[in-house]
Design a protein around this ligand. Structure first.
Ligand code: NAP
Length: 546
């Protein structure tokens, strides 16, 4: 059994930065990664059309000026391929691979209070101990597996966008079904339409999708980014960690003239990107204002899609715009004008089963296909945590006390689980912000917290229950007036007994969140409870996988 200061689970964006940051302060770090390479979601989600939906110049590491100078993003929104190349470059450039154990899955972790360590076990029987366990397992990584009856009978090929296989998937000229029309399904369908013999898009809920506005990035933009002296700070002081998306002051709907309102909507549509969420400051709060934006997008869908019946089925009516994550596309609605693309409305006629040769609907209609692409979403936030048997000294599981929604202090730790960090977790800005910057911000906080403990000979840390409750109240208060709190989606936990709702991410903004974290750290990590060492902590010796 090898001892480490920190075991990191996952070698995606968070895991890579955790190695670099924590190693940099003299800690021994082991990262355990189930995949064959680095990159996390960008390693696994290698489906055709996969692309980030925040500007590349923001959605990247900001801890190294030299890295920012040297990496030249080619497009406004990097493709999966470019992002994966970038993350591999980071792993090589900072010599991170020697700390990573690939193709190894952590199956269990048990807290040992007497030693103030976790015992960590892998699927292949390896065992490690660590003072700190850091879950860099991602919020959207535990995919919903297809459980349609008959899938085993299917004679064709089937894949999941979230785990696109590392083999040749036959696409050209094939009859393909895409099931699911969230961000993944929309991106995949758009790319597959060009190459498929025929593409069937199985839609249950129509979603709002807006143009991404992807363009090649010219050198002047990248040079300007590098020239900015305090870009990282500036992004941390922005609402979502991406200034371009939401730049400029925004007023309430009532503060604009009718001509200005139309102009704002049209300009945002043309510019593309997440800014459609903030054409009017009150569109997430006032349903009437929201409807104006939603109507505008529905009108665009009708203008784009030639067949009126298909256009109408694509128009989202089930929820207000922006109350589920807005999808960024590159010509999605246009594919329905192609003769080789059919929209299948499975809200009206649900999927009954998969047959040997295709997909049969309740009405008896059957669509014969050669390939099924499942884009069914994820068990968000806690799914990846629940795949690992993480137990505290009482034998409780990490998420065992979360039956009424996740409980955490600053999106990072939960009471009862000492020395366990889950950066970008519930109760932090997480999926509503730039996740690369979010990881940096929270892992820096972890580094400072560990340094604080080591300087004082403290062995354990966990949130004070009252501080955690107070933070959860703040998270709830920030979301209380949002329309999206009342819309079912992966960001909302609904209690089955009384229907009460918990909005999982913190919506107060990355800027406010970061200021809170800074104040907490400056105040001796107020709200965290420390356990004193009986004797000075022995630094763990190993620095590389055994
Ligand atoms: P998602 O948004 O949860 O979408 C899942 C889709 O599967 C929905 O359309 C859902 O329909 C459908 N579905 C699930 N079960 C079904 C069933 N039994 N029959 C028919 N349809 C079914 O998942 P996602 O598209 O993977 O996106 C999740 C998140 O990942 C995004 O919100 C985003 O944060 C992130 N992401 C980002 C990008 C990017 O552009 N950077 C790309 C991909 C993903 P219902 O709506 O009716 O449930």
């Amino acid at each position: 059994m090898t001892d480490y200061d920190v075991v990191v689970i996952g070698a995606g964006i968070g895991g890579l930065y955790a190695i670099e940051r924590l190693r940099g302060q003299g800690l021994s770090v082991l990262a355990v990664e189930s995949g064959s390479g680095v990159g996390g979601v960008w390693h696994h989600n290698r489906y055709p059309g996969a692309r980030v939906d925040i500007d590349s110049i923001d959605y990247c590491f900001h801890f190294s000026r030299e890295l920012t100078r040297d990496w030249r993003w080619t497009e406004r929104y990097a493709s999966q391929d470019e992002l994966l190349r970038y993350l591999n470059h980071v792993a090589d450039r900072f010599d991170l691979r020697r700390h990573i154990l690939f193709e190894t899955t952590v199956t269990a972790a048990q807290w040992r209070p007497d030693e103030a360590r976790y015992d960590v076990e892998t699927g292949s029987g390896q065992r490690f101990t660590c003072r700190f366990l850091l879950l860099a397992t991602g919020n959207l990584s535990a995919a919903r597996k297809p459980d349609f009856p008959g899938l085993d009978d299917f004679k064709g090929d089937w894949v999941q966008t979230s785990h696109w296989p590392d083999r040749d998937v036959q696409i050209a000229g094939k009859r393909i079904a895409v099931i699911g029309t969230g961000s993944s399904g929309v991106q995949a369908a758009t790319a597959l339409a060009e190459r498929a013999g025929h593409l069937f898009v199985f839609q249950r809920t129509a979603n709002y999708s807006v143009p991404a506005g992807n363009v090649p990035l010219d050198a002047a933009v990248l040079d300007a980014v590098f020239a900015e002296p305090n870009r990282r700070e500036a992004l941390l002081n922005s609402r979502i960690g991406s200034r371009l998306e939401l730049e400029g002051g925004v007023l309430n709907y009532a503060d604009y003239s009718e001509a200005e309102r139309l102009d704002r909507l049209e300009r945002q549509w043309t510019k593309g990107g997440q800014g459609m969420n903030r054409v009017f400051a009150d569109q997430g709060l006032d349903l009437a204002v929201n409807t104006v934006v939603a109507d505008f997008v529905r009108a665009k869908i009708r203008q784009t899609v030639h067949d009126p019946a298909t256009a109408e089925r694509l128009c989202p009516y089930d929820y207000p715009i922006g109350s589920r994550r807005l999808i960024m596309d590159t010509g999605y609605y246009e594919i329905f004008n192609r003769p080789n693309v059919t929209l299948v409305d499975v809200a009206a006629d649900p999927i009954e089963r998969i047959t040997e040769s295709g997909i049969r609907l309740k009405s008896g209609a059957e669509h014969e296909v050669d390939l099924i692409v499942f884009a069914l979403g994820f068990h968000a936030f806690r799914g990846a945590m629940e795949r690992i048997d993480i137990r505290n000294e009482k034998g409780e599981h990490l998420t065992g006390g979360w039956s009424r929604g996740p409980r955490a202090l600053l999106g990072l730790m939960t009471t009862g689980f000492p020395n366990l960090f889950f950066p970008t977790g519930p109760g932090g800005p997480s999926v509503l912000s730039n996740m690369v910057l979010m990881n940096e911000q929270q892992i820096d906080f972890v580094g400072e917290l560990i340094a604080h403990m080591d300087a004082r000979g403290m062995r354990t840390v966990q949130p004070d229950r009252d501080a955690q409750d107070a933070w959860m109240d703040e998270v709830a208060a920030a979301a209380s007036k949002l329309i999206r709190l009342n819309v079912d989606n992966y960001m909302v936990h609904v209690n089955s007994d009384d229907g009460s709702r918990v909005f999982i991410p913190y919506v107060g903004g990355l800027d406010r969140f970061n200021r809170t974290c800074r104040a907490v750290a400056a105040d001796g990590f107020r709200g965290f409870v420390f356990g004193q060492a009986l004797e000075p902590t022995q630094p763990s010796a190993s620095t590389e996988p055994a």
